[in-house]
Design a protein. Structure first.
Lengths: 520, 245
């Protein structure tokens, strides 16, 4: 007879990741990120502080955006308040604050739109829930439009495809235009303009990091694996989040890219001028700023004379790269037309795997029982490979090829239904830690479920923000902070490079096993 | 007098509906979508996009993924409404086409299904706290209006018959500009008034969702940004250095 404890560890102990909370009005009301300082604002072309005629300016900006973005115009008109989205946002699931329901978040702006731009709102404001643009409304916008990570989960379930991300981007753009910006995002964009990356790492610092990594790689593999920066005439320009040069587990992923490039025999370089894949211009809804950041990549590619651009692991960066880069900084007709521009590092690695050019020793990852977190912007706003849904299949194919123990989380929490990590959309800042922890709850519960079911120990991700966010919030849910891994970290661990120490070991082991077999 | 009043009412309602919708469609059409934002995985071809939209229109695919109750009530209401509208086509054309003759019977049952669907949707506005929270007075009134139209219509079919031959003559007369008398039946007058009201409200309300879906970039764009450069006119100007920074 089975031990009683077999029954105690029942799955049902872990609450369903999709469990709907009781609504708790006002529970996240006070939460606001730090406001951008005047010099953060002016570097991006925004007024330094709240302008005098801000109401007029805000309404004017709203009108301008309505004329420039069909999405905004159509989405503000079309919502029927059916309720389909009300239980889809991870921030609502984690907080119960009804203003974190996508429709209610949109209504913060829609109510003002109706008041100033629609017949019904002008003449029957009470009837249709229209509101004047007051300071209270502005404060509410600032709070709740910075509790949206623009992950688009709601848009999957909306019968009209209404995307709250479009509305929250517009709201942030309006707030920036009247002088109320978010410090985290705007300061970071300024650093990109000034130094070239979000973290403000100067070329010298990057160089010394890369040299250190090259030494580490040589020691590990016995091979001279290069990690160049600003080297003209290379085949590939690698655009990767600056966190890959700095943070754990990101940096393990970067070493994975380097190994794959080396094994493929393809020369590559980083650029100090475009040493950032992230593009926070998207988070603040600013086409102009998003374009400025994107143009740096084009310029770097032209100056270095590369033939291909490949992006490292970063979720929203891949959205901007895949979906917007051709629009913002294209056409990329100066690159090799045999490859899509730009490409994702997973596409690059996957193609090599298909060609049989990479050899893996999966047992090197036997200490991991692994699952995969689909990053929201990759899942719902981009693609990999040539088929829809390739963004789900390619990373999984890479993980299955490099690891013996892979288990997916519940189907309604992955792929297009995936949850944001809780730190996307410009929320990855300590002043928003409360919402970050609560917003991670659905993902963490899904992870707890596979831990119970399959003994999963680690989760791989494909986004710098996800990795940084999980490192911080996992301990709140009973996981070690290093339970989050890079996808290319798994590649780095398992790859058996030609002529490397690992290749020799593998050969010796095989010979020893064969000898043993003969002896027996 | 009564005939004249309703004739004018329906001319105005039709003008507002058609003019209002035309204005809205023109606005949506002329407003650029500067970036590729289909919710992925998305079709990579225009044919695939047409199929995706067709699934949304006919099956309410996304709503089905979201919530089976809203889907059930919403789909029943819309499908029933379609049948009911088709049933009403006989009041406007002569001779009545076979297909319209064929739907007559289904249209009757659809009248009840429509009420059932609306009742389900309305009940959610009271019973589900999340939906109660997001409901404005206009959301309740819209359901009340549709419900009243359906109930008054059913009343004429099952409780107090009206002279539908005369009603048909009235509407054909409106369309040919040779007015015929409208029966002074109170239930009919209520029904027609509410329908005219619905037509007038349509272009100014959330009923625009019917048009909006076709213009929704997350649903109507093909996923091909790397293959085909997408550039809005205002973005092209910005690129050419004419636009404001």
């Amino acid at each position: 007879m089975a031990d009683m404890s077999d029954y105690i560890m029942d799955e049902s102990e872990i609450p369903d990741p999709l469990e709907r909370p009781e609504i708790m009005p006002g529970s996240m009301e006070g939460l606001k990120p730090f406001i951008a300082k005047p010099d953060h604002q002016s570097a991006l072309g925004f007024p330094g502080e709240l302008v005098d005629n801000w109401q007029e300016k805000a309404i004017g900006k709203m009108g301008e955006l309505l004329g420039k973005y069909r999405s905004l115009q159509v989405y503000l008109d079309s919502c029927v308040k059916c309720g389909a989205c009300t239980d889809k946002c991870h921030y609502f699931l984690g907080t119960g604050d009804p203003k974190n329901m996508p429709v209610a978040r949109q209504d913060l702006l829609r109510s003002v739109y109706r008041r100033y731009f629609t017949f019904s709102g002008k003449y029957f404001p009470k009837l249709v829930g229209a509101r004047d643009m007051t300071k209270e409304v502005l404060d509410e916008w600032y709070s709740y439009f910075h509790q949206c990570s623009q992950c688009r989960r709601c848009s999957v379930y909306c019968p009209y495809g209404i995307d709250t991300a479009e509305v929250s981007m517009a709201a942030r753009e309006i707030m920036d235009s009247v002088g109320v910006g978010q410090k985290y995002c705007n300061e970071i964009i300024g650093k990109v303009y000034k130094i070239g990356n979000n973290l403000g790492l100067p070329k010298k610092a990057i160089q010394s990091t890369l040299e250190g990594l090259e030494e580490e790689l040589e020691e590990e593999t016995g091979l001279k694996i290069r990690m160049p920066i600003d080297e003209p005439g290379c085949e590939v320009l690698l655009i990767t989040p600056s966190a890959d040069l700095f943070a754990e587990p990101h940096i393990q992923g970067l070493m994975g890219y380097a190994k794959v490039f080396h094994e493929a025999g393809i020369s590559w370089t980083l650029s100090s001028y475009a040493s950032e894949a992230a593009n926070f211009g998207m988070f603040i809804g600013s086409y102009e700023n998003m374009r400025e950041v994107s143009l740096r990549i084009r310029k770097a590619a032209e100056e270095l004379g590369v033939k291909r651009i490949i992006f490292g692991e970063c979720g929203h960066a891949w959205r901007v790269a895949y979906s917007f880069l051709n629009t913002l900084a294209g056409p990329f007709d100066f690159l090799d037309p045999r490859y899509p521009s730009p490409q994702h590092i997973c596409e690059f690695t996957y193609d090599l795997m298909q060609e049989g050019k990479l050899k893996f020793d999966k047992s090197k990852n036997d200490q991991y029982r692994l699952t995969f977190h689909d990053s929201c912007n990759v899942a719902r706003a981009s693609r990999m490979g040539d088929k829809p849904g390739g963004q789900f299949e390619l990373p999984r194919a890479i993980l299955r090829a490099t690891c013996n123990h892979f288990f997916d989380m519940a189907e309604d929490t992955i792929k297009e239904a995936t949850f944001c990590c809780g730190g996307g959309g410009g929320l990855l800042t300590d002043d928003l830690m409360d919402i970050r922890i609560k917003g991670a709850q659905p993902r963490m519960r899904a992870l707890q479920q596979v831990r119970e079911e399959h003994g999963v120990t680690h989760m791989a991700a494909i986004c710098a923000i996800c990795k940084a966010q999980f490192t911080k919030v996992m301990p709140h849910y009973g996981f070690d902070m290093d339970s989050i891994l890079s996808v290319h970290q798994m590649v780095a661990n398992a790859i058996v490079m030609t002529g490397s120490i690992q290749a020799k070991e593998l050969e010796e082991n095989a010979n020893a096993a064969a000898a043993e077999g003969q002896a027996a | 007098m009564l005939t004249g009043l309703y004739a004018i009412l329906f001319y105005v309602a039709t003008a507002v509906l058609v003019g209002g919708l035309a204005y809205r469609i023109r606005l949506y059409w002329n407003t650029p979508a500067p970036l590729k934002i289909p919710t992925t995985p998305a079709p990579t071809t225009e044919a695939g996009v047409a199929l995706r939209l067709a699934r949304e229109v006919v099956l309410f695919e996304s709503l089905f993924k979201s919530n089976k109750w809203i889907w059930l009530f919403g789909w029943i209401f819309h499908a029933a409404l379609l049948l009911v509208v088709l049933r009403h086509v006989r009041y406007f054309i002569n001779p009545v086409p076979d297909i319209i003759v064929f739907v007559q019977e289904f249209g009757i049952y659809a009248g009840f299904a429509m009420i059932a669907g609306l009742a389900g949707l309305w009940a959610r506005r009271f019973l589900v706290p999340r939906v109660r929270y997001i409901s404005a007075p206009s959301d309740h009134l819209m359901l009340a209006l549709l419900m009243a139209i359906g109930l008054s219509g059913l009343t004429m079919k099952f409780v107090a018959h009206t002279d539908i031959v005369a009603v048909k003559a009235f509407f054909i007369g409106l369309m040919t500009f040779s007015w015929q008398p409208l029966p002074a039946d109170p239930v009919l007058l209520v029904h027609l008034t509410l329908v005219a009201l619905l037509m007038i409200i349509f272009p100014f309300s959330k009923l625009l969702h019917g048009v909006g879906l076709f213009f929704s970039p997350t649903r109507n764009q093909a996923d091909n940004p790397r293959e085909k450069r997408h550039l809005a006119p205002w973005a092209a100007k910005l690129e050419a250095g004419e636009g404001p920074k």
